[in-house]
Design a protein around this ligand. Structure first.
Ligand SMILES: C[S@@+](CC[C@H](N)C(=O)[O-])C[C@H]1O[C@@H](n2cnc3c(N)ncnc32)[C@H](O)[C@@H]1O
Length: 241
């Protein structure tokens, strides 16, 4: 069998289409610690979910039907594991591109002995678009997303009008999109996008930010921001229709 030769034109078309896609992250290689590597080997088979472009059946994935919380960009996963341990009656899905973070999360989840967490190592935008059924989530959480502070990078911010509409379609009616950030400018951008977004209502009585709800633990990036003197803004929006 002979493979089709790849021409320079094919390659250049592929590169251009890859580059045209604006992503919210830059993949850092990041070495795995021994513990992260071991956790991936031991616990990925039970908790890891491979990306494939087909819809998941959440009841099959978790072996039960339950309210489901999905977190985008969980970092090292400490706060996600704490939340999953504190709410065993709910299902949790975590999505993170950074492999050492996935390893750290699996190690913590195993140490906590939880069985209500499933984890992807993939771009959350693609997982949501291709694998998460519509109307299936109770909560989507996005804590301390990369702020992309330079103006020329603002297009990389994950909170954008089109993306939040995709999130709305994945939430059940009454479901909540919960964001937190320690960058005031990103908080203002989130608020602007969400106030203009069709189909959501703000859970803030003053139509801007809410107090951190007690169920959201302080995250690693939040602590770092606090040490730098940053404020923290939580935003919670409910899917109305
Ligand atoms: C600033 S960190 C915050 C991590 C964590 N939520 C916390 O508060 O400690 C943002 C994380 O989002 C991840 N991330 C960014 N875009 C992503 C995407 N499209 N899909 C999955 N993870 C993403 C990054 O790899 C990074 O770990």
């Amino acid at each position: 069998m002979s493979e089709q030769p790849t021409t320079a034109a094919d390659e250049s078309a592929e590169t251009t289409s890859y580059m045209r896609k604006i992503r919210s992250f830059v993949l850092r290689e990041g070495r795995l610690t021994k513990a992260q590597k071991l956790a991936l080997e031991q616990h990925w088979p039970a908790m890891g979910v491979e990306f494939k472009p087909e819809l998941l059946d959440l009841a099959t994935l978790f072996g039960r039907k339950a309210d489901t919380v999905l977190e985008i960009g969980f970092g090292m996963g400490k706060s996600l594991v704490q939340m999953a341990a504190a709410a065993p009656e709910k299902n949790f899905i975590g999505i993170e591109v950074h492999r050492p973070g996935v390893g750290a999360c699996l190690a913590d989840a195993a140490a906590a002995g939880i069985s209500n967490l499933r984890v992807f190592q993939h771009d959350a935008v693609e997982v949501l678009a291709q694998m998460i059924p519509d109307n299936s989530l109770t909560t989507i959480q996005l804590f301390f997303p990369d702020p992309w502070p330079k103006k020329k990078h603002h297009k990389r911010r994950i909170v954008q009008a089109d993306f939040v509409q995709q999130l709305r379609s994945k939430l059940a009616i009454g479901g909540v999109f919960h964001m937190a950030t320690d960058w005031q400018h990103y908080a203002e951008h989130m608020l602007e996008v969400m106030q203009a977004a069709e189909g959501f209502s703000n859970l803030s009585a003053s139509n801007d930010y809410v107090e951190r709800p007690t169920h959201r633990p302080v995250t690693k990036f939040e602590l770092r921001g606090k040490k730098l003197g940053h404020g923290v803004w939580d935003l919670m929006f409910k899917r109305e229709h």
